[in-house]
Design a protein around this ligand. Structure first.
Ligand SMILES: Nc1ncnc2c1ncn2[C@@H]1O[C@H](COP(=O)(O)OP(=O)(O)O)[C@@H](O)[C@H]1O
Ligand SMILES: CCCC(=O)OP(=O)(O)O
Length: 358
């Protein structure tokens, strides 16, 4: 196939590594490589997973007869950096330093920039990230936490929420910038964003103990009890962090981050699994309600997306609690691979200048 630009796209999530190869706009390879809790628990830090995830990407390309040398650029999902505006960024030394040193925290998406850079370097092509998880469009009032020492931060599935919002707006024959939407991304992490005319003016930090619990995160917890656990002498700082992200949520109650497995257990009559899974839907619905208040009730649609949005029982549980606010639309899975490819193509075609991370 003749194509002007050939892109390798890398999207590391908390429970999977998704990759794709695009020849211009056409996707010629798409794979979701899932990682179990046991597989990932071997690694103390997320950056320790670089070689493991890079090797399976290279092996997958080889198995599918994609020659590395044929690629024009590598695009990775952007991770925890300083708060920045959306867009496509070149992976530079400063970005690599912040990702590798975990200055702004740890999340699987940090690996996107690092692995894209390392593979790009093997064949001497550029690496980019697009709309990282730290895209910050919060309105000022949303930054106030309730304690002077702590400021709320915008950390969420920015790439997919924005991509799904644009797709939905187009289907409705409107511009994203003319709509108010509530978008819940239901993945390994869960984020619920209040989108006001193209800006995410409030969102529960999906990575730091805010909002609903998720397959592998605790979400917001009763802080008094949390402080007691911290000072109980039983846990290290790292233990406590991993209870919030990695070993919280479904993993804590059911020892799995896999919602499909939970569905199987429920079908087999496991009522305890059902009560936890139902509680997750309940908390997500509650968060959607709070976003409706942020938008003063002017909501043009509630969009459910991410892996768990494939599960009709789960989305039905949410819908029965929030449909009084606005119509619910389901976009199962995510558009992140396409959104990353589009961000890379805009730069390669000279339609946009890659931003420099400083
Ligand atoms: N058909 C499905 N039914 C229920 N859950 C699903 C389905 N497909 C994926 N999931 C669940 O979605 C979650 C992962 O979502 P995904 O958006 O791929 O997350 P991430 O990128 O955070 O790893 C996992 O718990 C997975 O089991
Ligand atoms: C850091 C917010 C994005 C996020 O939680 O992604 P995953 O669900 O892929 O872990």
């Amino acid at each position: 196939m003749s194509a002007k630009h050939r892109l390798l796209i890398i999207n590391p999530g908390s429970t999977s590594t998704k990759i794709a190869v695009f020849y211009d706009e056409d996707i010629v390879l798409e794979k979701t490589l899932r990682h179990s809790v046991e597989e990932l628990s071997k690694y103390e830090n997320i950056t320790d997973q670089i070689a493991f995830r890079k090797d399976i990407i290279l092996k997958t390309l080889e198995e599918n007869q994609i020659l590395l040398e044929s690629l024009s650029a590598v695009v990775g999902r952007g991770g925890l950096l300083k708060p920045i505006p959306g867009g496509t960024y070149k992976v530079n030394e400063k970005m690599l330093e912040d990702l590798r040193s975990r200055t702004y925290g740890e999340h699987a998406s940090n690996l996107g920039g690092i692995i894209a850079y390392e593979i790009g370097k093997m064949i001497d092509v550029e690496a980019f990230i697009v709309d990282p998880v730290v895209v910050d469009e919060l309105q000022d009032i949303a930054r106030i936490s309730g304690l002077k020492e702590i400021e709320r931060k915008s950390i969420f599935h920015a790439l997919n929420q924005k991509a799904v919002a644009r797709r939905h707006a187009k289907l409705q024959g409107k511009a994203y910038e003319d709509m108010n939407l509530i978008i819940a991304h239901l993945g390994g992490g869960v984020s619920v964003g209040a989108h006001e005319r193209g800006r995410v003016i409030d969102v529960a930090n999906a990575l730091d103990g805010e909002g609903p619990f998720s397959p592998e995160r605790s979400g917001g917890l009763p802080v008094g009890d949390l402080i007691k656990l911290c000072y109980s002498g039983k846990y290290t700082y790292e233990d406590m962090r991993s209870m919030i992200v990695g070993k919280g949520g479904m993993v804590s109650y059911l020892n799995t981050n896999n919602a499909m497995e939970v569905c199987e257990r429920i079908k087999a009559g496991d009522d305890y699994a059902k009560s936890i899974y139902y509680a997750m839907a309940y908390q997500i619905a509650k968060e959607i309600g709070s976003c409706a208040a942020v938008l003063k009730g002017k909501v043009d649609g509630i969009l459910l997306t991410g892996g768990i949005a494939h599960d009709k029982m789960f989305t039905g549980w949410i819908e029965e609690r929030v449909s009084f606010i606005s119509k619910v639309f389901i976009y199962p899975g995510e558009d992140e691979l396409t959104a990353l490819a589009e961000g890379g193509l805009r730069v390669l075609r000279g339609e946009e200048v890659a931003k420099e991370y400083i």
